[in-house]
Design a protein around this ligand. Sequence first.
Ligand code: UDP
Length: 478
Amino acid sequence: MVTSKPHAILLASPGMGHIIPMVELGKRLLTHHAFHVTIFVVTTDSATTNSQILEQTSNLSSLNIVNVPPIDLSDKLPPNPPLAARIGLTIVESIPFLRSSITSIKDLSPPSALIVDMFGLPAIPMASELGMLTYVYFATSAWFSAVTVYFSAVDEKIMETHAESREPLLIPGCEPVRFEDTLEPFLSPGGELYEGYLQAAKDIVAADGILMNTWQDLEPSATKALRDNGILGRFTKGETYEIGPLVRTIEAKPEGGEKDAILRWLDRQPPESVIYVSFGSGGTMSENQMREIALGLELSQQRFVWVVRPPCEGDASGTFFNVSSGIDGTLSYLPEGFLGRTEGVGIVVPMWASQAQILEHPATGMFVTHCGWNSVLESVVNGVPMVAWPLYAEQKMNAFMLSEELGVAVRVKEEAGGVVGREQIAELMRRVMVDEEGVGMRSKVKELKLSGEKALCMFGSSHHSLCEIREACEVHLQ
Ligand code: UDP
């Protein structure tokens, strides 16, 4: 039935780190803001598995989810292309399907807005042609959003100075971005992704608005800088909206349903006694690094749940796991005897765990994280302090924010040879779990948890932002 409700089309790019925040935003628009919501999920080979996992773990029956048919890119890309190139081309090739699907929606109100993430930018011109409002959902910090907005009109000389003399990047109203925390391939002129990122930044500021998964108490200076349009007036078209914290919500299994074995194990552990270790939806490390983590866990003498993936080749200390290299279910890459020695004290989970549920379990006392933004928020909204171990993308900025600004994490220091040793790992774990320092971190992160709850409630900033977007869509429909 055609109604006058605004209808938001959400485009979720491949990868759980992209799909999860889009689905959560869709649920929020549907349940709290009376939107019609259609989510298009774009898949690459590996993401087909991702969307299956998503379906198994979330009750999505009320959302209209459309899987974009997988696209064969084998003759369009070189062998083993970078993940970003594969995702980008998949989106571009999906546009004809999106266009015909959107124009053929007849039984609901006509789509009024398209919401995309960073990878979905190529779909924006199509939505504008179809007369829709366009929003970019930055499933990351306001601070990194500010970097992107600033970068969209930057004088290249500023970026050259930053890259060559390693001076911090000074963005009005924001915490300086240290050279060692920036995204070198994106922000250094001549870097392989510089031009592409510059174009993306320009496309982002040309949209009708930027949605950010954050809230003022988490990032007072960056949200203010963006809200006041203080970033040198660069952001001319749309508004920025703080809509966080939107994190994964997993509906409880129906009464009598079987509970996950990890959760059953956690039920038997004392409160805040277990360290959860996981590096996002695809992070993995070298075999040497995994050995040190295993031995660090043992040395720390703490309980743990550790999500592992087969190690990457060579000495890379952190990278994205390539599914095509195969899944080794034997855990043979862990140190000899480790599983036996830690039986009863810890659990090693191959490939994937129900992270949101582990972090909200009262027995979980700390999270060793790669600082992907979803993971950061899932930890904060559950009041869990962290060991920040950034691997790629904007994660080093996130780690800086957590450890230096907010005081809710301790950060891993790089070591000679590129492998972080077991002694440092154990020491960081004990600082959070056992030492007085950890007590302070725990209380700070619990304050942030409360402020996040306020942002989401009826009079909070997140609710207010989404009401504003609804109003803009209603005006647009008239
Ligand atoms: N995740 C999960 N189980 C895992 C690994 C990851 O549920 O074993 C979820 C996690 O809860 C988060 C998302 O996958 O919602 C990862 O997003 P994040 O931004 O932290 O990192 P990315 O995967 O994008 O690097």
